[in-house]
Design a protein around this ligand. Structure first.
Ligand code: NDP
Length: 310
């Protein structure tokens, strides 16, 4: 259990962001512009289907239009490029999101490069990556952008502070490090070849963990009072693992009994929370922020492309 005063509540901040986006969508609509997000799903991966459905649902809740394009797993790169070209050319489409992972037969880099950077609401196009690096961000990857909003709205000072990011993916780690750097933190970026991770991560006043390894970060990785943000997301279906992760935690066990699984992160929250100054939970931390920022990026893309008095 995380004590209330330590909790970095992603669910609450995400709902603030969603309310602001809904307001902005209202202003755009008054100018005759309804932001539209098009999501492309190739194949029938069940997790991807869930993500795509929740993106469409949230778009509708905030007053945006959303179209989902479902293509069979056997789709060729040329066919997918044809769809991207069509969406790029359609003035009504403000945001294009290609759900990853794509089938192995398609080179995702080539597909992401094809998206019009002005509609690249995931922020993965090289133009958007370059603009972020230069400190003049346009569309920023949603997960790190959401974490920055969380830190800002929770009044966590970054200037001059030591930040450590664990994980160097293009989706989370690298853009996260860049955003922290631009916010004047002193940033260290760690990865699987980092020597003595606990010693490096203990230097962090702000520790962001996006390694995709369940419970990688334990008490020995965290300095007293550090702010810890856990990006990891793992579904645990083994009761003995749940008991080991959350000993004596009745809430978690009840959730497990109900759903047959619980979500946990890259941080061993039970052992780290007593040491940390602030910490995100899993679920209810970074996850809700990611989708809220996707909506914010779509509204932003609509405003920038089609203009409005708002
Ligand atoms: P990737 O697998 O693309 O990258 C993982 C990174 O972690 C790599 O850079 C890897 O190093 C590094 N790493 C792996 N093991 C270790 C280790 N033992 N010590 C130090 N570094 C290590 O993952 P993503 O960035 O896409 O995602 C990370 C996690 O965040 C996943 O659990 C994912 O499910 C979750 N996620 C959650 C989101 C949300 O909205 N909550 C959104 C996006 C991701 P190397 O480069 O050397 O291989």
């Amino acid at each position: 259990m995380i004590e209330e005063h330590k909790l970095l509540n992603g669910t609450r901040v995400a709902s603030e962001i969603r309310a602001e986006v809904a307001e902005e969508v209202g202003a755009l609509s008054a100018d005759g512009i309804t932001p539209r997000l098009d999501v492309v799903l190739v194949g029938d991966d069940p997790a991807s289907q869930v993500y795509v459905r929740s993106k469409a649902k949230t778009s509708a809740e905030l007053g945006m239009r959303s179209e989902t394009h479902v293509l069979p797993a056997a789709t060729t790169r040329t066919e997918l490029e044809f769809l991207i070209d069509r969406l790029n050319a359609d003035d009504e489409v403000d945001g294009i999101l290609v759900q990853l992972p794509l089938p192995k037969s398609i080179d995702s880099t080539k597909i992401l490069d094809r998206i019009d950077p002005a509609k690249d609401v995931d922020g993965f196009h090289p133009v958007n990556v370059g603009l972020l690096q230069q400190g003049r961000p346009q569309l920023v990857p949603c997960t790190p952008a959401g974490i920055m909003e969380l830190l800002r709205r929770e009044s966590i000072d970054l200037k001059g502070r030591r930040a450590v990011v664990v994980g160097r993916s293009d989706i989370v780690g690298k853009p996260m490090a860049m955003l922290l750097l631009h916010a004047h933190a002193t940033v260290t970026l760690c990865h699987s070849r980092t020597r003595d991770l606990p010693a490096v991560s203990r230097e962090a006043e702000i520790l962001i963990v996006a390694a995709g390894q369940r419970s990688l970060v334990g008490a020995e990785h965290v300095a007293e009072g550090a702010v810890v943000v856990d990006v990891g997301m793992h579904r645990v279906t083994d009761r003995s693992v749940v008991e080991q992760l959350y000993p004596g935690n009745e809430t978690k066990m009840a959730a497990f009994e109900k759903r047959g699984a619980v979500l946990c992160g890259d941080v061993d929250t039970t052992r780290v929370a007593p040491i940390a100054g602030r910490i995100t939970p899993v679920p209810g931390g970074v996850g809700p922020l990611t989708i809220a920022m996707l909506m914010a990026n779509t509204a932003r893309a609509a405003r920038q492309r089609r203009g409005s008095r708002s």
